[in-house]
Design a protein around this ligand. Sequence first.
Ligand SMILES: *Cc1c(COP(=O)(O)O)cnc(C)c1O
Length: 435
Amino acid sequence: MKFYNINNPSEKVSFRQAVLKSVVNVKDLYMPVNIPMVPQKVFTNLFNMNLPEIGYEVTSALLGEDIPSEVISKIVNDAFTFEIPLRKLSRHMHVLELFHGPTLAFKDVGARYMAGLFEFLNRDEDHEITVLAATSGDTGSAVASAFYNRPGIKVVILFPSGKVSHIQEKMLTTMSGNITALEIDGSFDDCQNLVKQAFADKDLNQKLNLTSANSINFARLFPQTFYYFHAYAQLADTSRPVVFSVPSGNFGNLTAGLIARKLGLPVSRFIAATNINRSVPVYLESGLFEPGPTQHTITNAMDVGNPGNFPRILELYKNDISKIRNDIKGYWFSDRQTMEAMKILQDEYTYQADPHGAVAFLGLSEYLKHDDCEGIFLETAHPVKFGDIVEKATGRPVELPPAIGNLLTKKQNAVKMKASFDEIKTYLLSASNPN
Ligand SMILES: *Cc1c(COP(=O)(O)O)cnc(C)c1O
């Protein structure tokens, strides 16, 4: 499959380049030149297929010419070792639990698939690559866990000191081997700027073969299409229109849903549910896209002022706003509403949701007032990741899932650093192989 850069459509590249290049220039957004329909026989069997089987079929439909089938098989079987169950909350409302992976957020899905793919793409290279990423919490832990012990790949994660939750910090700092966590005395924006500086530094780039694992990379986005198929397959009744409500920040998750639909999944509509970082719901209403500065909320994984994947959505619809409005409904909510929603979910549905899932629930509830459909909202993180807020909202303690194991007693080993590029550069160069 050829890919093109939506910011420069005449630039066509191979899948390998699209995946490994979007890292160097973060402005490059690649899309496949053609999104084929998944074969009809897959839809006939969908209800009997598990997540790796769906991942195998969907990958084969788009990337069958780029990746040998036994490699596709290995990537999906290694990546999807956990469940993504659909639970029924009321007659026509369901929740898709995307948080059963090792770091308890949906970002495991993209990161684990991407890690398998990078290992394959880098197999014949004689040099190590270094994945460098800034994180406000979920991405860094998912990437660290996914790349742990992969041959030929090192990972360096920058996180803002004191600004990630306790569990997130444990997940980020308790690995060793090929994973290094840098605890930066600064904000998430400082971390991001440092990473940008690193990518712009020729010397560092050459010596370390820097690669990013950020969410505009198609390799992370694409596997997120699989769970839309998997959710659909778990519905007992598909006679009514199916609607997904997606709690959105950088809009990778929603873009993946739209791609799933292009691949043939019969979804009626998507709901873009955001916090007060509402540039997309405002665009859907006014027709003007005016990204603003990031505002901080209790749903911090969605605190994105200028969603990086939104241009991909415009591209999928060739900028036709009436078509976009027909397929996507936008709603945004305040922290107060999100707190109330967690309480309602607990009291009326005996369901403990995390704040991000609660925003998706709010979006779906709003939508269901106007349309009869089967509604599915995406629960993107386990409530324990935001335990303090959930306990405050629901008045109930959050139970630790068994998947956490002995995480909380593990020894942390982060390297503390000032938010200084020179200091980080010196560290990275000295830590890299002196040969
Ligand atoms: C990253 C994240 C989101 C936002 O997903 P996007 O793909 O960036 O829109 C929502 N919820 C949680 C828990 C996340 O970690």
